[in-house]
Ligand binder design. Structure first.
Ligand code: PMP
Length: 474
């Protein structure tokens, strides 16, 4: 039966299918971290619905919350009307927000997905500032609709100024460490203040505190504070995209909490719906310039998702699951770093909380070799946002050569190895472990286990993963 379903869907669904290609599983039952396929095979799930399942699959508190709404025969589709379910969800959400924002926040529920909330955030800051440009980062991922896609890394987009994200392992300035992050901040500062900088009236800056799809890259807290200062000093709203990092994932309720940074706008989705589609944008009260009806839509108050989300937020908070994510994540990083010692093809092990990435590389291909790092990797960005050529205006001299490279490597970092990463993913699957790939070159093994992962499951994940890594390289 499983094979038939896989065959039929492969023929009927768009070639744009992504997860379904690498993971030929037909899930029929799931509880916690365990997913059972139609063929009876069981897997430990480190994908968690792309991070949407903070409590894993079908957690009892989530199921109870959903059942309560169904049993009450509460209306499920209510547009954006006020309901007791929404009231309870909003209470929970505001109770978890960074206090500097919660005290004076507004929420607008959005269309169901993260990308919808990103669109709302971009539209909001444009309306509020009357400006149009956008500051966004190399390697960013914000979604697949037009505005969110333009803000994501990759090809240049008109109106978007691409700034260097502090990707330590492949530092855009080739140095890495604190100095690399500081150069990224100084670049941003100088570009904004340079009259010839080519930055026209930014309406906002959007960033991920930890890049997820971009390869699990945590931004240093100090760098985030620098971005907060830089934007505040220039009255540029700062948008934190916490779609993937939110709800305890990184070891704090929100990833910005680590640094104490209070963004002007937060973009939320994934785990806030307890596994059901829900998205919201939360922002400073004084940015609430939208007149009634300015941001409307049919599906922006999914009652089941709000009930599931409220139960999830409450459970994470009451059981200190953010702390648990920090502890378990640190243990996993530790063990994976030990394992990586002497295995030169594991270029970097990094992460924060239960957002963990292993960047696989081809050490024998030589440092900085091209070929597998095409596209943005080869693009050189000058101080005026053009894609080639150093400038002699002083910015370059101070920051080293007048350009940064989205695909630069710290001295000695070999090129990415996407083929090896794909092989590891398949070896994991064979061992009953679901992992995801990510990164600029799809060479990063990503782990996003539920925050409820047990110690026993943690060990099993590490055993299966390290086994799979060695099997793939053989
Ligand atoms: N922002 C970030 C940081 C994300 O990780 C994602 C999804 N991976 C999105 C936005 C888009 O969310 P969605 O896929 O629900 O549209």
């Amino acid at each position: 039966a499983a094979q038939g379903i896989l065959r039929r869907q492969a023929l009927r669904e768009s070639a744009a299918r992504t997860y379904a290609r690498a993971l030929p599983i037909v899930p029929v039952r799931a509880r916690g971290m365990t997913v059972e396929g139609a063929d009876g095979r069981r897997y430990l799930d480190c994908l968690s619905g792309a991070g949407a399942l903070a409590l894993g699959h079908n957690h009892p508190v989530v199921l109870d919350a959903i059942r309560a709404v169904l049993d009450a025969e509460a209306p499920l589709q209510v547009l954006d009307l006020a309901t007791p379910v929404k009231d309870a969800f909003t209470d929970e959400l505001f109770a978890t927000l960074p206090s500097g924002l919660a005290a004076r926040a507004r929420v607008r529920f959005c269309g169901p997905a993260g990308t919808d909330a990103v669109e709302a955030a971009l539209k909001l800051v444009r309306t509020a500032t009357g400006r149009d440009g956008l500051l966004a980062f190399s390697g960013a991922y914000h979604g697949m609709t037009a505005g969110a896609l333009a803000a994501s890394g990759g090809a240049p987009s008109s109106g978007v100024t691409r700034l260097p994200y502090p990707y330590d392992y492949r530092c855009p300035f080739g140095v890495g460490g604190e100095h690399g992050a500081e150069l990224s901040a100084r670049w941003t500062e100088k570009l904004l203040d340079d009259p010839k900088g080519g930055v026209t009236d930014p309406a906002g800056m959007i960033l991920e505190p930890v890049q997820g799809e971009g390869g699990v890259i945590p931004a240093p807290d100090g760098w985030l504070r620098r971005m907060r200062d830089i934007t505040a000093a220039r009255s540029i709203p700062l948008i934190a995209d916490e779609v993937q990092t939110g709800v305890g994932r990184t070891g704090a309720l929100w990833a910005v909490d680590h640094s104490g940074v209070v963004p002007d706008v937060m973009v939320l989705s994934k785990a806030i719906g307890g596994g059901l589609p829900l998205a919201a944008v939360v922002y400073r009260e004084d940015l609430d310039v939208w007149p009634p009806g300015a941001h409307a839509g049919t599906f922006r108050g999914n009652q089941l998702a709000m009930a599931a989300g409220a139960a999830t937020l409450a459970y994470v908070r009451e059981n200190n699951l953010a702390e648990r994510a920090a502890t378990v994540g640190a243990r996993m990083l530790d063990r994976l770093r030990q394992f990586a010692t002497g295995r030169a093809w594991i270029g970097d092990v990094r992460g924060r909380g239960l957002m963990i990435g292993l960047e696989l590389v081809a050490p024998d291909a030589g440092s900085g070799a091209s070929g597998v790092n095409p596209g943005e990797g080869a693009r050189r960005v000058g101080p005026h946002g053009e894609s080639a050529g150093a400038q002699g205006d002083g910015l370059g001299a101070e920051l080293g050569g007048g350009a940064w490279y989205a695909g630069a490597t710290r001295t000695g970092a070999p090129p990415a190895d996407p083929a090896l990463a794909a092989a590891v993913q398949q070896e994991c699957l064979r061992r009953g472990l679901i992992v995801e790939l990510g990164g600029r070159h799809s060479a990063v093994i990503r782990l996003l286990p539920p925050l409820t992962i047990t110690d026993e499951q943690t060990e099993a994940v590490l055993d299966r993963l390290t086994d799979a890594l060695d099997a793939a390289v053989r």
